[in-house]
Design a protein around this ligand. Sequence first.
Ligand code: MG
Length: 217
Amino acid sequence: MHLQQKVLAKNDRLAQENRNWLRQRSVLAINLMSSPGAGKTTLLERTARELAGKVGISVIEGDQAAALDARRIRAAGCKVVQINTGAGCHLDAGMVAEGLRLLEPPGGSLVVIENVGNLVCPALFDLGEEARVVLASVTEGDDKPVKYPHMFRRADLVLVSKTDLLPYVDFDGKRHATDVRQVSPDALMLQLSATTGAGMQEWYDWLRRRTPAPPQE
Ligand code: MG
């Protein structure tokens, strides 16, 4: 077996353990992925503030270095664990297992795993999440689904972000949607702006539909 296959096989085993752990506790985990600067943390800050008291949210922050995003998320009122991957370009299931044990998310809550900003490696690693969300900002251009098909292929939800900047950038939303459809026929697509709040309600509805009820004692 090639080394990469071995690494992936071990990761998949650990991801399945995470999935079982989360299901036993009735916790929804989503894997949030995008290129750097697409607005993952900004989306989470607004989401945390607007869903406060409605959905319990905790966050696992993945970055190569520093805890800048963890600080922002904590300020938005969420429990957060920062994981630094060093030279690593993605989170893996073992890191997430550790993060989950530190977070101790309560039943009926949501854990958002903010992956390292990168459209390549995170696509290969199952973390044990229930759903994969890919954020694609209008500022990075409409050609990403064609250039990075693996990232979009297994997405359950594609969020087109920073739509408030559409008047200033060259982004063909129709082309983008057609290209997403091509690689991921079943993914839901939503457009939003975490700056103006446009489209955020549909994102919240999507999250709340998936968040399980707390387990009965
Ligand atoms: Mg971030």
